[in-house]
Design a protein around this ligand. Structure first.
Ligand code: GAL
Length: 647
């Protein structure tokens, strides 16, 4: 079977297999950033040939992996950002401890270190076999080894191909070719609508209240924040604001929130915005129920109906109610929960939906559609929103939502932060609780250097000053974020206008500068019976914006190696020269801030009251292009913004 490609933009071509396939970008309502994409130059690097076949109801794509080529993406990961001999079966799901494709962001986009990326623009289940398949009829055959005689025996043969199986008879492919990995990701992001640009308040401090908090309790809490002189921009209400949750009514609970409008407005006057938790499953007692009953899937979740969000009329019905009951009274946004899974309470893949879209496809696109539904309400008011979602997919790059989950492993959260950069998503390493003051502080510091700085106290009722001995340092971490606001906001503008992820793994900016090969692993009959060795990758250091590298210090850690990528680097906190393309050892005081290193020549704008100050690093500062707009409306879509050169 031969593929017929259409070139849409320099280095971007699309191809449709079969007739009229659903697309993720279409379901998301993503608007391609055409003007910006036209500006890219033709790529010098090209993707290898894609060979296609169709059988057993599947489309199979096969493309070679070349020597020293690394593959990133293919869904959100928590253990490793690079796909080495990896098999993933992408499916929207909570994360069950393994990077096997069941994930909050089953984005079917993989990107190569050699500068190409492929999006399977389909909501149907997609499986990736990366480096693992070896066909009998191949020209490139691995060399067979003998474990009995060969000390260098490896369980994995030399990777030769990626095979991708799309569980459908029709699909759209989008191929991105670029000169670098970063440029490929930029093109993908711009094709999906460009990154989200949050309102400025969205980059402030967030606090989510305990499950059943009432208006009075929230008001008392807000006063406590004032007494503790702790910044507070958004209060998130958890399920208790509704008259029923699991399933939901989306209606205010009259005992806890008798005067919802008065409550929301009084907080707004104090500069605090309200964000509402919800899940998609509609309770029988909800006002919305009769209108949605015949527009829902065949199965229930927690005894609630599952509206078919792919149908515009369904979105409109829910939008109207949300607008009247929440947005018009001043609510700033939503936390969209439970759209991802747990097989045991979601609908089966064979569930039927009135739109005719398969149950499996609806599941993969549900978080995306949930985001679209809510984001459109705010767009209609020319007001930006920012919130949380437990699932997303390709096409969701421009959605004003950040991913989160219930897991809480410190290392997994840093890996997720890096992994999101490859798939057009953002990760919130939310703080919930901690076993020690050190853990509390390090979690807060990481959150302050992420897409969303949030304490989610829904189950633990913790407050920022929970560990008194580090309360001051926690406050400083959030103050640092406030100071970095002009820098961070500009990073998000670059995400929107140029597709550059604001938080990225180092490999995106610097390539595989470590150029390491995997050494031989020790044989261990229980822990490593196949003697599998892995190459080092960096997921505890990442780029934030144009020129700051964040170095993560784990709870209790007092020293570590820092890998400085090529070029000179300076310590952000002291201004001191740190090194140049080398590995340095640093020691960190228990209460010290998270180490930040800055590229040579960088100019960093800092907010100081109403003024913007700059700090420069190195002998010859290169300048900074500062982004400015009104911070709240969609004026930037109408050209109401400026990029100002700071020299
Ligand atoms: C979970 C969610 C938590 C919290 C909780 C409330 O699904 O991940 O953050 O919102 O629901 O029931």
């Amino acid at each position: 079977m031969t593929l017929t490609w259409t070139t849409n933009f320099p280095g971007i071509k699309t191809c449709t297999i079969g007739s009229n396939p659903q697309t993720l970008t279409g379901l998301a309502g993503a608007n391609v950033k055409a003007q910006r994409l036209q500006k890219f130059e033709e790529a010098s690097a090209h993707a290898p040939e894609i060979i296609v076949s169709q059988h057993t109801g599947k489309i199979i794509l096969k493309m070679p992996i070349r020597k020293q080529e690394d593959i990133y993406g293919a869904g959100l990961k928590f253990h490793s950002i690079r796909n080495e001999n990896n098999v993933v079966h992408l499916k929207a799901d909570h994360y069950g401890g393994k990077d096997n494709g069941r994930t909050h962001a089953p984005v079917p986009f993989h990107v190569s270190s050699f500068g190409y990326g492929l999006l399977i623009d389909s909501p149907e289940p997609v499986s990736y076999y990366i480096g693992t398949p070896h066909r009998r009829d191949e020209k490139i055959k691995p060399v067979a080894q003998d474990r009995n005689t060969d000390d260098n025996w490896q369980a994995f043969n030399e990777p030769a191909y990626i095979e991708i199986a799309i569980n459908a008879d029709a699909a759209t492919l989008v191929l991105f070719e670029s000169n670098t990995l970063l440029e490929t990701v930029q093109k993908f992001n711009l094709y999906c609508g460009g990154g989200t640009l949050p309102p400025r308040w969205g980059l402030g401090f967030w606090y989510r209240t305990p499950l059943r908090f009432s208006a009075e309790e929230v008001n008392r809490l807000v006063q406590k924040f004032k007494d503790n002189k702790f910044p507070l921009d958004v209060i998130g209400l958890e399920p208790g604001w509704q008259s029923n949750s699991y399933p939901c009514t989306y209606e205010w609970d009259q005992t806890r929130f008798a005067d919802a409008e008065g409550f929301v407005q009084s907080l707004l006057k104090q500069g605090v915005r309200i964000n509402l938790w919800e899940n998609p499953y509609v309770a029988e007692k909800a006002k919305l129920y009769p209108q949605l009953e015949d527009k829902s899937g065949s199965h229930m979740v927690w005894c609630g109906i599952v509206p078919d969000y792919s149908m515009p009329e369904v979105r409109q019905i829910i939008q109207k109610q949300h607008d009247e009951d929440h947005v018009k009274i001043g609510v700033s946004g939503y936390k969209l929960d439970e759209s991802d899974g747990y097989d045991s309470w979601l609908w089966p893949d064979h569930a039927e939906f009135p739109s005719g879209i398969s149950g499996a496809a609806i599941r993969n696109a549900y978080g995306l559609l949930f985001q679209r539904l809510t984001a459109e309400i705010f767009h209609g008011h020319d007001k930006r929103t920012y919130g949380l979602t437990r699932s997303t997919n390709a096409g969701g790059v421009g959605m004003p939502y950040v991913l989160y989950n219930d897991c809480y492993d410190f290392d997994e959260y840093t890996t997720a932060l890096c992994s999101c950069g490859f798939i057009g998503a953002l990760w919130c390493p939310e703080v919930r609780n901690a076993k020690t003051a050190s853990e509390w502080l390090r979690r807060f510091q990481m959150a302050a250097l992420s897409p969303m700085a949030m304490l989610n106290a829904w189950a633990d009722a913790t407050e920022p000053w929970y560990y008194e001995e580090v309360a001051e340092q926690v406050r400083e971490a959030i103050h640092l974020r406030q100071k970095l606001m002009p820098y961070l906001y500009t990073a998000f503008a670059r995400y929107h206008f140029d597709g550059i992820p604001p938080f990225r793994a180092l490999v995106m900016d610097f390539g595989d500068f470590m150029n390491e090969t995997a050494g031989r692993a020790e044989l261990d009959g229980t822990a490593n019976p196949y003697q599998i060795s892995t190459r080092k990758e960096i997921t505890d250091q990442y780029m934030m914006g144009e020129s700051i590298m964040v170095v993560i210090i784990k709870p209790g850690q007092t020293e570590r190696d820092v890998i400085l990528p090529p070029g000179k680097w300076y310590n952000f906190h002291t201004g001191a020269y740190a090194g140049c393309g080398e590995v340095i050892r640093i020691t960190v005081g228990e209460k010290d801030p998270m180490p930040l290193f800055v590229k040579d020549g960088a100019v960093i704008p800092l907010q100081n009251g109403d003024e913007i100050q700059t700090v420069t690093f190195g002998d010859t500062p290169k300048g900074f292009t500062l982004y400015e707009d009104d911070g709240t409306s969609f004026g930037y879509e109408r050209g109401e913004y400026q990029f100002r050169e700071i020299k």
